[in-house]
Design a protein around this ligand. Sequence first.
Ligand code: OFO
Length: 173
Amino acid sequence: MLNPKIEKALNQQVILEAESSQAYLAMASWAEVQGYEGIAAFLYLHSDEERMHMLKLLKFINERGGHGIVPALKQPGSKLKSVKELFQQVLEHEILVSNEINKLVDICLKEKDYTTHNFLQWYVSEQIEEEALARKIMDKLKLIGNDASGLYFFDRDIAGLSAGKQDGTDKAA
Ligand code: OFO
């Protein structure tokens, strides 16, 4: 049985994962409108993954005798200046999510809830991968700078950048 403090904290994380999904969906739509098909496909997929993260939490809360709450969502921003700005926001968002997951892990240890602590380890590993991928993308974008042909190839090749990740932990979702 979940203790109410943990249930509340997990439901907060449900909100954050759902908002992540919405934010990446808005970014995908922006990229699609700008003609970046590869980036759009990458972000649509990322949005779906975040929804899976949300669902996985929701189901865990319910399985443990709590009540997973489906939240109302804020409208995400839909205006971006550049691909670089977009991925900078992705990186910052993933760092924020990692910090929140770490706080959750900390609450579990304080409350001696080792079952939830164990469940959260999947999220800890996932965040390591997502942050690493976002950093790799930002490094590439810094190299490309304002070079239009570089951006063209980046858009074409971005699916390959996430290939390792998709073969890995996401299957566990
Ligand atoms: Fe990338 O945020 Fe989910 O866990």
